[in-house]
Design a protein around this ligand. Sequence first.
Ligand SMILES: Cc1cc2nc3c(=O)[nH]c(=O)nc-3n(C[C@H](O)[C@H](O)[C@H](O)COP(=O)(O)O)c2cc1C
Ligand code: SF4
Length: 439
Amino acid sequence: MHEKFRFRNSDELLQKACQLSLNLPFSDDISPLFYPVNIGERIISNRFVVQPMEGYDSEPDGSPSDLTTRRYLRYAAGGSGIIWFEAIAVTPEGRSNPRQLMINTKNCERYKKLVENIRLKSPLNAQPFIVAQLTHSGRYSRPEGQPMPLVPCNHPLLDKGNEKILSDDDLVRIQDYFIASAKLAHEAGFDAVDIKACHGYLIHELLFSFRRENSIYGGPEPVKRFRFLLETIDRVKEEVPDIMVTTRLNISDIYPGGFSTTPDGKNYDLGEALMLIGELEKRGLKILNTTMGSPYFNPHVVRPYDNPLPGASKPAEHPLQGVVRMIEGTSIVQHAFSGLMVVGSAYSWLRQFALNTGAAVIKSGGATFIGFGRNSFAYPEMPRDTMTKGYPESSKFCITCSGCSRLMKNFRPAGCVIHDREIYGNELKKLIDDGKKNS
Ligand SMILES: Cc1cc2nc3c(=O)[nH]c(=O)nc-3n(C[C@H](O)[C@H](O)[C@H](O)COP(=O)(O)O)c2cc1C
Ligand code: SF4
């Protein structure tokens, strides 16, 4: 069932979708990707989003390094309407790795400089909206490289046996770190903060902490499980009123016992996700970034790919099923909340045809923005090329080989091993050579 992308033209791709009984939106007219749109008072000149992509390349204190700066200036020159920064930890114990970005009072100036330089490097007619993704890695915290899992409650499918359960007092303290980081993000000049609630990290896990007992932040009732996220958003609005607040939300986990998923874990059941998004809308949220799945548990759901990581088995489903699942789930959200601007995800597997699909999705009201994760590593200037030349260069697109994820997983700076070879191809080579030496 799993298959690599070998389609020579759009007819072959659409034929495959048809064979799989999938409805893949497609339009030859890609102009909807260049319809301007307002976020608050800001006019955003196109619908492309650089999705958050961790690069495992911060300085030890969490500030952006030269390599981090290089990545973001490439995004800036590429002309995307929104640059959504990768995960930035709010506290050392919530870092997913020792080189995850982290903002604090000592390094805030470094972020300010980077944000200023992004604005300078961006085309004058495509000034990006810049979002800081604030995170606590919860179950996947590895501040020194070793797992130090901090969880809201045990989970039979996800536990490894070494989890520490966070008390309500711990959570209140962590919430204070989110607020302090939001203040710093405002000082640094970001336009918005994303209170990250996806991919199995702490705030996302709280949303399905059904087994948490004697707590105001979990248990069977959704109102308790949603409380931490909603309270954090309320506090940002109250305590940092001059920055916009948003969230990147898992609208479904697609595994048994996960958030907004059918009991067999095979499909989304958006009931709870829609209930939560209704609460976000009531709070005046303007923009929402949607995703699904877990990079640790079902990575093909988060990022459909051709090649799994070495040693991992091929997923049972076709990558196009993953792409369409994300498009359809996002479209349900966007149609239910037309006042919200929803960012769609997981387009990179489609290569150059992602533009045709993205344009069709926007035209039909299935999303407001189209996000690119891996393809932003591979081909950051794709929006600019499309704008200036009228078409992108198909040879520069991401080929979903999982090379960047492999680097990340092995604690190496992550980027495109295929199209940014001098740096990241070399990183991969060193990783392979080290593996041979140690075997
Ligand atoms: C190396 C790597 C790092 C990522 N880092 C983040 C991150 O920091 N925050 C986040 O929300 N998603 C992260 N993601 C997920 C992407 O934002 C995106 O959802 C996913 O790659 C699917 O989109 P694509 O098909 O355009 O790549 C990461 C993915 C990869 C491969
Ligand atoms: S290494 Fe490059 S081509 Fe491979 S998945 Fe990552 S971005 Fe795409």
